[in-house]
Design a binder for this molecule. Structure first.
Ligand code: ASP
Ligand code: CP
Length: 330
C-alpha cells in the first residue's frame, strides 16, 4: 500500500537528481487535503501569491521550461483542466491533453495503472480526474511521477479546496473566526468534502444547509467533530445566512444520482437571488466551485459579494504554485 500522505519519491532511483531535493513537496503526490498542515498552506499560498505577482507583471515565464504535464480526464471539466493547462504554459512548460478518454486507449480496455504508467514515460507530472473514489490513490501506487488528484468521484477535489481557501484569505484576509455555510449537494459534492476537511485546521464554525437526502456524509461530520469544530445541519438557509461570512454554494450533482426522480425532487431546492442576500452581511462572500446550473441567479453576479468568478482566477495561481512545487522549482 502506498503511503499516499505526502508519498516521498526521494528514494526512487529512477528520479533524476537535481538541486531541489530539499524543497517541500518535490516529487510528491497531491491526493487529499488530509496531507496538509497549516504550515504547508502558508507555504503554498506564499508561492501562489508570488505566481500572481509574476503573472500580472510578465504573464508567462520559464520556471518549468522543458517540463511536461499530462492532463488525464475521465470526467468532464472546464476549469480544472484548462487552469492546469494555463498554469503549465504560463510557467513555460507544455501539456499532453487527454480530455476525452473515449478517444484514448482507455476505450480499448486499458486499465488506470497501465494508463498512468504510459503517460509517465512522456510527462513529468499527471493530473487525474476520475469517477471513482480512490482512483488517484491507485494511480499514485503505480506511478513514479507525481499524481495530482483533480477530483475522484464523490471523494475529494483537493486542489479546488486549496484555491477555495486561498480565495477566502485573499478576499476576507482571515480564516480563524469565520462562519462558513455550505449549501446544496453536500452528499455528492467532492469540493465541500475537501473544503470542510481543510477548514478544520482553523478555528471556524460550519453550517451545512442541504435537502434531507443530500446531507453532509456522517463520516466527515464525525471527523470534524473529533477535532472540536462546531458544526450544525439545517434545511433552511434563512436560519444561518445572517451570521455567515462565507456562503459556499454547490450544484446538485445530477450525474451521481441513481434515481432520476430523486434528482428532480431536489434540483431546485435552493436558488440564491439578490432578494435572498438582503439579510446577509455586507462584508461576506458568496463562493461556488462552478459550473452553476440554477442555484445562483445571474442577477447576483454584479454584487461585490459574489466571489465565484474571482475564485476561478485564484485557481490559476494556486495550480501554478502546486506544479512548481511538485516539480521542485519552488
Ligand atoms: N467542478 C466541481 C467538481 O468537479 C463542482 C461541480 O462539478 O459541481 O467537483
Ligand atoms: N470547479 C471545477 O472543478 O470545475 P470543472 O469541473 O469545470 O473542472
Amino acid at each position: 500500500m502506498t503511503n499516499y500522505i505526502l508519498a516521498n519519491r526521494k528514494d526512487n532511483p529512477y528520479l533524476p537528481f537535481g538541486d531541489h531535493r530539499g524543497a517541500p513537496f518535490y516529487g510528491k503526490d497531491i491526493l487529499s487535503v488530509k496531507q496538509f498542515s497549516r504550515a504547508d498552506l502558508d507555504y503554498i499560498f506564499g508561492v501562489a501569491h508570488e505566481m500572481r505577482v509574476m503573472v500580472e507583471r510578465v504573464g508567462t515565464f520559464d520556471l518549468l521550461k522543458g517540463k511536461i504535464l499530462a492532463n488525464l480526464f475521465y470526467e468532464p471539466s472546464t476549469r480544472t483542466s484548462s487552469s492546469f493547462t494555463s498554469a503549465m504554459e504560463r510557467l513555460g512548460g507544455s501539456v499532453i491533453p487527454i480530455n476525452e478518454v473515449r478517444y484514448s486507449s482507455v476505450s480499448k480496455g486499458e486499465s488506470l495503472p497501465d494508463t498512468v504508467r504510459t503517460l509517465e514515460c512522456y510527462a513529468d507530472v499527471i493530473v487525474l480526474r476520475h469517477p471513482e473514489v480512490g482512483a488517484s490513490v491507485l494511480a499514485a501506487k503505480y506511478a513514479r511521477k507525481p499524481i495530482i488528484n483533480a477530483g475522484d468521484g464523490i471523494g475529494e477535489h483537493p486542489t479546488q479546496a486549496l484555491l477555495d481557501l486561498f480565495t477566502i484569505i485573499e478576499e476576507l484576509h482571515q480564516v480563524d473566526g469565520l462562519t462558513v455555510t455550505m449549501l446544496g449537494d453536500l452528499k455528492f459534492g467532492r469540493t465541500v468534502h475537501s473544503l470542510a476537511r481543510l477548514l478544520s485546521l482553523f478555528d471556524i464554525r460550519l453550517h451545512y444547509v442541504a435537502p434531507e437526502i443530500l446531507r453532509m456524509p456522517a463520516e466527515i461530520i464525525a471527523e470534524l467533530d473529533a477535532k472540536g469544530i462546531p458544526q450544525s445541519e439545517h434545511t433552511r438557509l434563512e436560519d444561518v445566512l445572517a451570521e455567515t461570512d462565507v456562503l459556499y454554494v454547490t450544484r446538485v450533482q445530477k450525474e451521481r444520482f441513481e434515481n432520476p426522480e430523486a434528482y428532480e425532487s431536489v434540483k431546485g431546492a435552493y436558488v440564491i437571488t439578490p432578494e435572498t442576500m438582503k439579510i446577509a452581511k455586507q462584508r461576506m462572500i458568496v463562493m461556488h466551485p462552478l459550473p452553476r446550473v440554477n442555484e445562483i441567479s445571474m442577477e447576483l453576479d454584479d454584487d461585490p459579494r459574489a466571489a465565484y468568478f474571482r475564485q476561478m482566477e485564484y485557481g490559476l495561481y494556486v495550480r501554478m504554485a502546486l506544479l512548481a512545487m511538485v516539480l521542485g522549482k519552488a
